[in-house]
Write a protein that binds this ligand. Structure first.
Ligand code: ATP
Ligand code: MG
Length: 208
């Protein structure tokens, strides 16, 4: 109707999503609104370079929880590019794959401010900055220490649900604690259905 030729604005939210929680969803929704993004693509990682020493749930479980959590939002989608590529997930590869799917789009890479502070250590960080605008999501009142990044390349967006973490959700489940309202209802049910994060799953010897 508008006939406007503005390029598509695509947000990319990479993550382990083990499990996806409302912090991720609120952050994506806030950034979508601030930058008027046409779409936010959640991209579950295969193997994260900084999480190699940690046990991570199978990619298909993380992918399906992400699909369940995002299904009701018409602007949210999930991409398998990192999972299907396999190997160590590098942001530069994610950006190239998404660019190939959306030629000419403006890319907004959404990441926690903690990770943003380390971008200069990422593989091909200069090219990353030339391909995408970086959006760091922070806790209200949080002051980001100087990242050394060019100011025109990054923006900070405050989100109100930052205290939620996947680590805390996994620990709660392993102790039989509740994750209701920290993760979407369908994800609570998925975790229960497949027995994710239970101590029994790790020792593989106990019955349920
Ligand atoms: P873990 O505790 O296992 O590290 P996590 O909760 O940090 O998990 P990730 O999958 O590692 O979740 O995060 C994916 C992205 O979402 C990262 O950029 C991370 O900084 C960001 N993020 C994580 N938790 C929140 C939150 N509560 N609010 C906004 N962004 C978040
Ligand atoms: Mg994390």
């Amino acid at each position: 109707m508008s006939g406007s030729a503005r390029p598509l604005r695509i947000g990319i939210m990479g993550g382990t999503f083990d499990p996806i929680h409302h912090g991720h969803l609120v952050a994506a929704s806030e950034v979508q609104d601030v930058f008027k993004l046409d779409e936010v693509i959640f991209v579950p990682t295969w193997a994260q370079p900084f999480k190699k020493d940690r046990r991570v749930s199978p990619a298909e479980h993380r992918y399906l929880m992400t699909v369940i959590a995002t299904a009701s939002n018409p602007r949210f989608t999930v991409s398998r590019v990192d999972i299907d590529r396999g190997g160590t997930t590098y942001t530069i590869d994610t950006l190239h794959d998404i660019m190939a799917e959306y030629p000419g789009a403006e890319l907004y890479f959404i990441t926690g401010a903690d990770a943003l502070a380390q971008i200069l250590t990422w593989k091909d960080n200069e090219e990353i900055l030339s391909l995408a605008h970086m959006v760091g999501v922070t806790r209200p009142g949080h002051v980001l220490t100087d990242t050394g990044l060019p100011a025109d390349k990054i923006s900070l967006v405050e989100v109100p649900a930052m205290a939620i973490s996947s680590t805390d959700c996994r620990e709660r489940v392993s102790h039989g604690g509740p994750v209701w309202y920290l993760v979407p209802d369908g994800v609570v049910q998925y975790i229960r259905k497949y027995g994710l994060y239970r101590v029994a799953e790790r020792s593989a010897s106990t019955t349920s």
